[in-house]
Design a binder for this molecule. Structure first.
Ligand SMILES: Cc1cc2nc3c(=O)[nH]c(=O)nc-3n(C[C@H](O)[C@H](O)[C@H](O)COP(=O)(O)OP(=O)(O)OC[C@H]3O[C@@H](n4cnc5c(N)ncnc54)[C@H](O)[C@@H]3O)c2cc1C
Length: 419
């Protein structure tokens, strides 16, 4: 068995990469440790994709929006953002797209062994007794989020132990009367800018938020304060609260919380810290759901319908690439000969300390393809949140549309080398 491209990690960036690679005629395989595609978008329940200047930034994005909208899993929000996705239908859409692009997919699979010759990857072996032969490959793309493949072959990394952000464990509540909740919260929050709501394709879509930071006069603050006083919530539960509706789920809301606060921050690569964080986050989910039922109109019959299978990790390992992109490059909008993405998404650094999170506006920036090429191996590439950047610039580059651009960009680059 021989492939032109093996994509390790069928998540956000990996799917964009594999789809494009397959469409460009390269024989492509995805190796995915879970039983579904989409990574943080599906298993982590992260929705919606952020809005940036480069709307429709990739063919992959356009195809995905089209495919999802035909099965009721996408809407375009009132601000023009097409990235409001249904995470369950996304799994189905991604399966279909990989079939269309003739990409082979192996679920529940991880790389067990790698054969390298000097700085060149020759073949890999997966953890299966049945598919036990080595699989030859011309290129490998590490899109595991944590650089798990690159770690196996002793690559160099850029991350320092202090460079962490809090992780979130997302969840969904269903059984909500969204009409009642929308009418109530729009009236309750009418003088502020935190809540938006719109009727789209016959379904109410909305978003609202609260954080413990004092930079905004949050409408929901009296409820959070009271809930802490009455021990419905712990103070740490009030760190961050954000909800979005989900296309095709007219009685549900996706929660971008709890944000797991801890000083020092939890290291998602440490299995002990990560496991404790997951257990603690699920307790927090129970408290937040009780808070919603007690304080928010329309939640009387609501219940937890889903908890993310995977922890939402903002940053972990970052590969050392041919170019290390910096926050100065981003702030100055430095231009490059081979950009793989253009964006204006802010530098978004969450912190466990109150009033310490950063959301720094940018004027637009691009990322060179060299930040996706390994410094250590001539046929190893990286896409997604584990690219070759400093900590601060990664905090702007990790969003879903940018991960799509990286995946598509690297597939096109590999195709240009092969033809
Ligand atoms: C809490 C949170 C909220 C966010 N909110 C938003 C938002 O609202 N909008 C937005 O645009 N972005 C948001 N982001 C950012 C964005 O969702 C992620 O940065 C992005 O999805 C990461 O994509 P990725 O391809 O790097 O990793 P992933 O999508 O996580 O993909 C990695 C894949 O690799 C697989 N994998 C891992 N290890 C192995 C292995 N050893 N072998 C095989 N497979 C493996 C995983 O199972 C997974 O499928 C958020 C992130 C977080 C954490």
């Amino acid at each position: 068995m021989k492939y032109d491209v093996i994509v390790v990690g069928g998540g956000t960036a990996g799917c964009a990469c594999a789809y494009t690679s397959g469409k460009l005629g390269l024989k492509t395989l995805i190796i995915e440790k879970n039983s579904y595609l989409g990574g943080t978008m599906t298993g982590g329940l992260v929705t919606p994709a952020m809005n940036t200047i480069s709307k429709d930034n990739t063919d992959f994005y356009k195809k995905l929006v089209k495919k999802l909208s035909t099965i009721g899993g996408q809407v375009t929000y009132s601000d023009g953002n097409k990235g409001w996705f249904n995470p369950e239908l996304l799994k189905i859409a991604l399966d279909e797209m990989m079939n269309q692009a003739k990409v082979d997919v192996l679920f529940d699979t991880e790389v067990e062994d790698v054969i390298c010759e000097k700085n060149h990857i020759k073949a890999i072996k997966i953890n299966s007794e049945i598919l036990s032969e080595y699989i030859e490959t011309s290129n490998v793309v590490d899109s595991t989020g944590d650089c798990n493949f690159s770690k196996k072959i002793n690559c160099n990394f850029l991350n320092k132990s202090s460079e962490l952000q809090p992780n979130n464990l997302r969840f969904i509540m269903s059984g909500i009367n969204l009409k009642i909740f929308s009418d109530w919260i729009m009236e309750f929050d009418k003088d502020r800018t935190v809540t938006t709501s719109a009727l789209i394709d016959g379904q109410i879509h909305l978003s609202t938020a609260y954080t413990w930071d004092t930079n905004k006069n949050w409408a929901l603050r009296p409820f959070f304060d009271d809930a802490v006083k009455k021990k419905v919530l712990k103070y740490k539960d009030t760190s961050y609260f954000q909800v979005f509706t989900i296309p095709g789920m007219p009685d549900s809301l996706a929660f971008n919380c709890p944000r797991i606060v801890s000083e020092p921050e939890i290291n998602p690569l440490d299995p002990i810290e990560k496991s404790k964080a997951l257990q603690s986050a699920r307790q927090s989910i129970l408290r937040i759901s009780n808070f919603c039922k007690t304080y928010l109109m329309g939640f009387e019959k609501a219940y937890i319908s889903s908890i993310a299978n995977t922890l939402g990790v903002r940053v972990s390992r970052r590969l050392k690439g041919k170019y290390v992109y910096t926050i100065e490059d981003l702030r100055t909008g430095k231009t490059f000969e081979n950009p793989c993405l253009i964006s204006d998404y802010p530098v978004d650094i969450h912190s466990s300390k109150k009033n310490s999170s950063v959301l720094e506006k940018t004027n637009g920036y691009s990322l060179p393809i060299e930040s996706l090429i390994s410094a250590d191996y001539d046929n190893l590439f990286v896409a997604g949140r584990c690219i070759s950047t400093d900590f601060e610039s990664q905090a702007a580059l990790r969003i879903i549309p940018s991960c799509f651009s990286m995946g598509e960009g690297i597939a096109k680059y590999i195709a240009s080398l092969s033809h």
